[in-house]
Write a protein that binds this ligand. Structure first.
Ligand code: ZN
Length: 387
């Protein structure tokens, strides 16, 4: 069995945590320079790619195999969410404190832990001089936390593609072959303002928004009937409502925002049509209804067959390493796996150490045991697919 030096792995993660790469504002550059040097010292063929943004380079490195195929891509995002209120943390967020076999810090679980496990896996392959036929490609990308096109740019514009993809995200070492997507809808209801002593002269935009919210509640019950094998049902929630100007004024507008979680059997188009149908139905019954509807942001869902080679090889390797039975798994969050599967048509899974519950939280941490096991699973998978 593979022996991983957990001390080096923890030190590697501490190095990564000590270089803040918060997004916003998008300060991945120092981490990119660190990773570039780290890979150069290993003798890898590497480059910094100053696209799509000049000041936020992405790192790509290749460990070349004798045949140059197949190609396996391991993709990890360098950015983290901000630390929030430091006073609420028990440990300094950019120090990488170790306690009870856990490493604490912003990005520990999402997903600097996964990047550290990958680097140590690479160290192992080189140290043991393991010969590969296929190429191992590493992509350390920007802008995942804000839905920016880091991964998409590498895959589509730079044509840095391959035959399999592993997208690092905290899945507690489960192998996700399906992920949910989401769309944020903004709907602005336009009323007619007037003096609140004679509301009958105006049109109350808040009342329009409220009847829409009631319709969304029934729509959410309808969504419970739809089921995806791994991701359960799609969801919709009213998440913001903003309207009115003054106590004695009939409100001239009211903005409602919806968070709609999408399963792979649905598409953004079909979801958009459903929301529009609700609004059009209201309009047919209410000639005073005026609205504007737009999508503020969206991430597509993605899925590959559960028996796709990358998924079954990885599940087998997680079983070998953890001795726990692995079943096909769906991750309720959105990841850059969508760019591999939907945009570049590369079969990919989402996988990594750390728990999604810890991601983005105060006192974010990752268990050392999961880091070590992630390295082992990556090593076994690289050997299976590329040697
Ligand atoms: Zn992440």
């Amino acid at each position: 069995m593979i022996e991983i030096n957990s001390k080096s792995l923890v030190e590697e993660l501490q190095n990564l945590i000590r270089i803040p790469s918060r997004n916003p504002p998008g300060e991945e550059k120092n981490l990119a320079l660190y990773l570039e040097k780290r890979l150069k010292d290993l003798g890898l063929d590497k480059e910094l790619i100053a696209e799509p943004y000049e000041n936020r380079p992405q790192v790509v490195a290749r460990l070349k195999g004798s045949l140059g195929k197949p190609k396996l891509i391991i993709n990890g995002h360098m950015d983290t969410v901000p630390e929030g209120d430091v006073n609420r943390w028990s440990f300094k967020p950019f120090e990488g404190v170790i306690k009870d076999d856990k490493v604490y810090g912003r990005g520990a679980s999402d997903i600097k832990g996964g990047i550290a496990s990958t680097l140590i896996a690479l160290d192992y392959l080189l140290e043991k001089d393991i010969k590969l036929k296929g190429d191992l490609i590493l992509q350390f990308v920007i802008g995942e936390e804000t839905g920016e096109p880091g991964t998409k740019d590498l895959l589509l514009n730079k044509k840095l593609v391959g035959d399999y993809g592993i997208v690092l995200e905290p899945t507690s070492l489960k192998v996700a072959n399906a992920i949910k997507g989401l769309a944020w809808f903004h709907i602005k209801f336009i009323g007619k303002p007037c003096h609140a002593s004679c509301p009958e002269y105006g049109i109350n935009a808040i009342f329009k928004a409220l009847s829409f919210c009631n319709k969304i509640e029934s729509y959410s019950l309808k969504l419970k009937e739809r089921k995806h094998k791994l991701l359960n049902n799609p969801k919709v929630s009213v998440t913001m409502i903003r309207g009115g100007v003054k106590e004695n004024m009939i409100p001239e507008s009211c903005l409602v925002s919806l968070d709609r979680r999408i399963i792979p059997n649905e598409s953004l188009e079909s979801v958009k049509r459903e929301i529009e149908e609700i609004l059009e139905g209201m309009k047919r019954e209410d000639k005073d209804l005026v609205y504007e509807c737009w999508i503020k942001g969206n991430y597509e869902p993605a899925e590959i067959p559960e028996d796709a080679e990358i998924a079954s090889v990885m599940r087998k390797n997680v079983e070998l390493v953890t001795k726990e039975r692995q079943l096909p798994f769906g991750l309720p969050a959105a990841t850059d796996m969508r760019n591999f599967v939907n945009d570049a048509k590369i079969p990919a899974v989402t996988f990594g150490p750390g728990n999604l519950r810890e991601a983005h939280s105060i006192d974010e941490y990752v268990e050392v045991k999961q880091l070590v096991n992630a390295s082992k699973v990556l090593i076994l998978t690289i050997k299976d697919l590329l040697s």
